[in-house]
Design a protein around this ligand. Structure first.
Ligand code: GLP
Length: 256
């Protein structure tokens, strides 16, 4: 696991954007795994500003709420079109987001996994993290080998996400999410986390034991996982000085 700590979210976002841009330039038909939430908004803005060619890119989103239509302002469909897809030349047929209105949700989850495989697997997955350590919507105690499926949100996540819906009551309780096993198969995993609120979850994920109680800790078993943090999210890391030193002293051949 590589931990990159920057003074601000903007600085950390820029480095992550550079890595994604490099992939899209080297592999124009890359398969990207995308995340929602407030954390990647600036990353998407930066990718848009880079004016990359998305015409051959395929995307798979991590998750979606069950029971709200794609047109709902808080659906992850709406989020993705608003923050990224409408600003780039991605082909609509190459955009994949779990269908929260599917008649047969388990069958749609199975199909989603098949589509990821048929696309050749995910080259690079963008991740945020919940205050309880969730990635995608894999809440604590999710199986570390889980696949795309239905999950029930924790009270903590419902509270955290109530700000988007106006009230806790309006937040759907059920969601579709790629599994931890699905995420672990991505060739690259970039996790972004900003602010003190994420510090405890990040410290557990990076330096604690691998445990289903902090789903992001599974990334310790991912060969190339990278965490992009600001000072707040890094504030509880025991070895923060080491991570900073490593990044600042990378020889040219190791720089991003
Ligand atoms: C939601 C999403 C996650 C995201 C998390 C954190 O629960 N399903 O993918 O990482 O929120 O959101 P934020 O970036 O707004 O803190």
């Amino acid at each position: 696991m590589e931990i990159i700590i920057q003074p601000t979210p903007e600085a950390a976002t820029s480095i992550a954007a550079k890595l994604i841009a490099k992939l899209l330039r080297e592999k124009p038909n890359a398969v990207l795994g995308l995340a929602t939430g407030s954390t990647p908004v600036a990353l998407y803005r930066e990718l848009v500003a880079l004016k990359l060619d998305w015409s051959k890119v395929t995307t798979f989103n991590l998750d979606e709420y069950i029971g709200i239509s794609p047109q709902h302002p808080q659906s992850y469909h709406s989020f993705m079109w608003e923050n990224l897809f409408q600003h780039v030349n991605v082909a609509v047929k190459n955009v994949n987001i779990p269908d929260g209105m599917a008649k047969d949700v388990p069958a749609s989850c199975e199909l989603y996994e098949k589509k990821i495989k048929a696309a050749g697997g995910i080259d690079l997955q963008i991740l945020g993290i919940g205050t309880d350590g969730h990635i995608g919507f894999n809440e604590p105690t999710s199986s570390l080998v889980s696949r795309t499926r239905i999950k029930t949100l924790t009270q903590q996540t419902i509270r955290d996400n109530a700000r988007f819906f106006g009230s806790e009551e309006a937040v759907p309780h059920h969601v579709i999410t790629m599994g931890i096993g699905t995420i672990m198969e991505a060739r690259q995993n970039l996790l972004l986390a900003f602010g003190d609120k994420k510090a405890a979850a990040i410290a557990e994920a990076a330096e604690g034991p691998v445990t289903a109680m902090n789903p992001a800790s599974a990334l310790q078993f991912h060969a190339t996982a990278k965490f992009f943090l600001d000072a707040g999210a890094a504030s509880k890391l025991k070895k923060a000085d080491y991570y900073r030193w490593v990044y600042e002293n990378k020889p040219v051949w190791q720089q991003f």
